[in-house]
Design a protein around this ligand. Structure first.
Ligand code: EPZ
Length: 421
């Protein structure tokens, strides 16, 4: 297995270009199942998860062309006729579940493996099923498989007990071509939901309210092909913002949408980082003030993103003073604390709370394990400011979510290289 070798790197300087958002591109690619037309998706990040989604679309009968010079994927959905998603592909990537709603709407049937849990939690799909059942779907969930079918789909009122991103997306895609109106209450408000809704509306859907907690979808007969450019990745943006802060550097982040990272901006400013809007992007400086502690509580958007919890925690181990981090979205998203503690961070976890003593700069370089993609990024950030060398293993997690991670980090002066074990 490959690993990253990260040396103490000093302040990062320069500029970095943010790629398209993985968590927008995946549901948008799944939504191409809804039409027999041709869809051209631009600004797609070249990631393993995107490759898996392309393989899934091909297995359903779609023609998928990838042009990585242009970061463009073109999907011709006219040949889609298979409703069974290959088991091995679903087990590779949880987000495969995003094709369930579109398949049910397009073919009236979907057979897909339970995506199953992962390191950060059980990841149930009960809210996905609740919404699709409300639309008229018959959803049978066995221990390892999901069988869905429907004669037709009819609009309904769906209340989400938790503002699940994936459930909101699956329901919105199926409702786009259901008969009548669907209202999703307590919907997720993430920017990726807004991006999916704008893609669907370009296909001819009638969706209003995406980005708020109430989404209104007026079903239409048919959706047509279209072209769409995916929004920049707000979690990659946040990760590089923290990289600038933790190394006390000065980095210009290009092709980002500051509006999508307001909580990360607010928390970095509380720590003493300086953030300036410039013509070409957002400049993050950790080299002006002494950085101090702050507390973090993760919440569904527009709260502090759970995906930024681990990277931000790495920063908090190096600032002056102690911080408290509360994780409210996933039940087991503190595995990185044990790895950071191997580096001398001495973090105490009690249930949803992690107590992070500061002033641990420099941390001690050592061998650590990446337990999920954001934890892996956090360990690399910690390695940049640790004494000596830090070896991060299981980095396939990281490469699922960060395009050209080593090249982009190295371009800012990070001493990081990838080695095969
Ligand atoms: C999406 O996952 C993202 N993945 C995650 O990013 C992100 O952390 C998460 O949203 C929260 O923002 C993609 O978009 C591909 P949820 P998703 O459904 O849709 C519970 C990354 O790092 N829940 O909002 O699976 C669930 O257990 C990944 O890129 C139910 O109880 O997240 C969790 O506790 C990691 N029943 C909470 O909701 C359901 O039916 C949030 O899950 C669905 C979810």
């Amino acid at each position: 297995m490959a690993k990253y070798i990260v040396e103490h790197s000093g302040p990062l300087y320069g500029e970095v270009e943010i790629s398209g958002a993985k968590n927008a591109a995946l549901p948008i690619l799944a939504a191409t199942v809804l039409t027999d037309g041709i869809c051209e998706i631009n600004e797609v990040p070249r990631l393993k998860d995107i490759d898996v989604m392309c393989r899934i679309l091909r297995s359903l009968g779609a023609k998928v062309e990838e042009d990585w010079e242009e970061h463009t994927i073109t999907v011709d959905g006219s040949g889609i006729h298979i409703s069974e998603v290959p088991y091995d592909l679903v087990k590779l990537m949880r987000a495969s579940i995003f094709v369930m709603g579109p398949l049910l709407a397009r073919l009236g049937k979907a057979t897909i493996a339970q995506p199953g849990g992962c390191a950060i939690g059980d990841r149930p799909i009960n809210l996905h099923a609740k919404g699709l059942r409300a639309l008229g779907g018959r959803i049978l969930i066995s221990d390892d498989m999901v069988y869905a079918n429907a004669d037709s789909l009819t609009g309904a009122l769906v209340y989400l007990d938790f503002p699940s991103v994936g459930a909101t997306e699956n329901i919105m895609m199926a409702a786009a071509v259901a008969k009548g109106t669907t209202i999703i209450e307590n919907a997720a408000e993430e920017p990726e939901i807004v991006d999916l809704a704008s893609f669907l509306n370009r296909m001819g859907a009638k969706i209003k309210g995406a980005g708020t907690d109430t989404i209104r979808i007026e079903g239409v007969e048919k959706l047509h092909g279209t072209r769409h450019a995916v929004i920049p990745d707000r979690i990659e943006t946040g990760t590089f913002m923290v990289a600038a802060a933790i190394t006390r550097g000065n980095v210009l982040i290009k092709n980002c949408l500051p509006d999508h990272v307001r909580p990360v901006i607010a928390k970095l400013i509380e720590c003493g980082a300086v953030i300036q809007d410039e013509l070409e992007g957002m400049r993050v400086r950790g080299d002006i003030n002494k950085l101090v502690a702050t507390d973090i509580k993760t919440l569904p958007y527009p709260g502090f993103p759970t995906d930024m919890q681990a990277p931000f925690m790495a920063l908090l181990t190096t600032v002056s003073g102690s911080s408290t981090v509360i994780e409210t979205v996933f039940e087991n998203r503190f595995m990185h604390t044990a790895e950071l503690s191997k580096m001398g961070a001495n973090i105490r976890v009690e249930g949803k709370n992690a107590y992070v003593p500061g002033d641990k700069c420099p941390l001690e370089g050592t061998q650590v394990v990446s337990t999920d993609l954001r934890a892996g990024a956090a360990l690399v950030l910690a390695g940049l400011v640790a004494k000596g060398t830090t070896e991060v293993s299981q980095i396939h997690h990281v490469e699922r979510g960060y395009e050209n991670f080593v090249e982009k980090m190295s371009g800012l002066g990070a001493k990081i290289r990838k080695v095969e074990d």
